[in-house]
Design a protein around this ligand. Sequence first.
Ligand code: SF4
Ligand code: SF4
Ligand code: FES
Length: 482
Amino acid sequence: MKTLTVSVYRFDPIIDNSGRLESYSVEVNDGARILHVLHNIHDYIDPTLSYRYCCGSGQCGSCAVRVNGEPVLACMEEAQDNMVIEPLKLAVTKDLVVDLTENLGAIASLIPKAEFVMPTKEQIDRIKPLRSCIECLCCVSVCPAMDVTKFFGPIAMRQEMRLSLDPRDANDRVSEAVEEGLFTCTSCQACWKVCPKDIEIPGKAIEKLRALANRKGLTLPRHQEVAALIQSTGRSVTRSEPTFLEQVGDVIEPNGQVKGIVGFFVGCMYNMRLPKTAFDAIEVLRRNGIRVVIPKEQVCCGSPLIRTGQLAFLDSLKRRNIDAFVIRGIDTVMTMCAGCGSTLKNDYRTPFVLKDISEILTTYGIEPPARLPIKATYHDPCHLLRGQGIRDQPRSLVKMVVDLVEMPSICCGSGGGVRSGNPDEAAALGNRRGEEIKKTGADIVISSCPFCEFHISEHTDRPVKNITTVLLEGYKEKDKVS
Ligand code: SF4
Ligand code: SF4
Ligand code: FES
């Protein structure tokens, strides 16, 4: 047995104007789940505590709550001391019970065709990854697009894709999904990462529906323009100055002994719009013993095409990029754009290993820079945090040079084609990011994705800098002093 102290959200609409956290001390068995803690409070301390549950075994989805801010199933998650248990971020009916009506009502039902049709085994297998939803609404409670638009949400998109694969269904599910906000998804992957059934909604439902929408001519005009630009130039953005690849050498040798060798996949934004940041990265790598090989024939990774469902010439881009590194015998390719890194790691099959620059720098270790007398906050790019599972490495680099003050890891609104296709939504999410930045009181914002850096800088009055730029500032300060 052990005694845990937990905080639980309490709100009774009949007597309370607003909710509050109440602290409880409960005695539970070792290995007890959060649901056992709630039972204990209800049975021995306060029988008015309201919460939902049914199966107690991760099957019904009714017990979903937020624990320390993250949606989980109360019956599956082990109880921890000092945890904060709150309802999902949905309209609260009482205590931990939320109103499910609107979101469950938005899930489409199968409309049978007039004629009798039986799905084949292959069709059933294709539907399977989308079928295991237990309607817990964890995904809905974290979706940024739903906060600022009328998007029906990840659970509704999962069902539309599932029905579009079902030969018995009579409706046009793709057009329906477009109407329900298919193009408002920012590809942040938050829904997938909290799903207790591990349903890959962004890749297996949303991107697939967008590809089907493309075949029906429903791709947003702005997304079509980006695809046309990639097809004609190999790049997803136009240049604003001489590109990084035009200015840099083929191989950059480190200042001292060679500790490691990487190929550098630059990405469209750092190549065409932010070459100075890419040069800052090169300086940091040189200073820390990394030889950098830079194939000039590399092109766009194809991320803007994959995220918006425009796949017609994607394979030729992939081939050109893979060949560019393979013919140079490179076994480790480094990215510094979170979106490119996530795409190369998850949407390519490469004969080489892919590493984000923060992984390279922390693996080989870096010379400590001078500390700068500023306070910084760090924005987790969705495609680095959730797309590549990289959280600690950037933070350990940031902490070497400045004081870090944390803020919630929320989407800035620039991904998934939203910045180009739905600028109002992107601005609303950018403003929300800006508000969180303001609350930290930080002097600067640090990130490691050109799209995030570019977008956030429009929604905050603090300077937004890449990690490598800040490290380089630390080195320059060190050189000045010594
Ligand atoms: S990927 Fe992000 S924006 Fe898209 S449905 Fe999932 S949570 Fe919402
Ligand atoms: S998709 Fe996953 S997170 Fe969303 S309701 Fe279904 S089971 Fe829950
Ligand atoms: S009680 Fe059914 S999933 Fe938790």
